[in-house]
Design a binder for this molecule. Structure first.
Ligand code: URA
Length: 251
């Protein structure tokens, strides 16, 4: 699909500003620099217009969208908190770490009480449902501190898939991030989300997990957000997440 003719639609610089990418002037600059595409075609003309409903706008290859009216939050979960907003057993929950909001947020998947790292929350039920559904194979990346130093053959077992008591695991990616004699850090990417899956996979090949930290969920990376802190996703991150969930253009 070609960019919409310049006579109708919304100005591209206004759309970029409305999406939180930059100011209108800044938008013109990144357009002039050739960083903006509409339906895969570079658009540099300051007066270009688009149809925000149908055109696919990207900045440096990342999809841009406008606000959905929903809230998307990331948390760097510390250990010792359960990944629910209330707990009948009275344990500490992530609700204590949430920003003040009157929205009804819920978490997208869970991390074990003793797992740290990226956990996302939203009031966008459709998106959350998709991101948690095994059918969409959302990739999750973990850093696991394990006892010993896994041998290459051991890593290959994990890559090929291993037998757990609830069935075989799908092929996974694994590499050694920091080798050590007593403990090592491995980086593992899985596309499933079974209970204590990473701990069970590594335990099954003889490397008990001492600490587990999630650094990525689909296209969203934790970055340097401190433990216990939250922040809202940027419009670009939100658009990437929505696209990753197969929901296509912004709703
Ligand atoms: N795998 C685990 O074992 N625990 C988590 O919290 C997440 C993935």
């Amino acid at each position: 699909m070609e960019p919409t003719p310049t006579s109708s639609g919304e100005r591209l610089n206004r759309f970029l500003a409305r999406s939180g990418v930059s100011s209108r002037r800044g938008a013109e600059e990144i357009m002039a620099a050739g960083q903006v595409t509409v339906n895969d075609v570079v658009v540099r003309e300051p007066g270009a217009k688009i149809d925000p409903e149908t055109d696919v706008v990207e900045v440096d290859g990342v999809r841009v969208g406008v606000a959905t009216g929903r809230m998307y939050v990331m948390l760097n979960k510390p250990t010792g908190y359960v990944s629910t907003l209330s707990d009948p057993q009275g344990r500490k929950t992530i609700a204590e770490l949430m920003p003040a909001t009157d929205r009804r947020l819920f978490n997208i998947g869970r991390l074990d009480m003793d797992t740290t790292g990226l956990l996302m929350l939203t009031d966008d039920g459709e998106l959350a449902h998709r991101l948690m559904h095994p059918k969409y194979h959302v990739s999750k990346e973990y850093l696991a501190t394990v006892y010993g130093r896994p041998a290459e053959e051991t890593l290959q077992l994990i890559r090929d898939g291993i037998e757990l008591d609830d069935g075989p695991t799908a092929p996974a990616e694994i590499s050694i991030d920091r080798p050590g004699d007593t403990t090592s850090v491995v980086r593992l990417v899985i596309r499933e989300g079974r209970k204590r899956q990473v701990r069970r996979m590594l335990g099954a090949v003889g490397h008990r997990v001492l600490a587990l930290h999630r650094v990525r969920f689909g296209p969203i990376t934790l970055g340097d957000l401190p433990f216990g802190m939250t922040r809202e996703l940027t419009p670009q991150e939100t658009a990437a997440l929505i696209e990753n969930a197969g929901l296509g253009r912004m709703r």
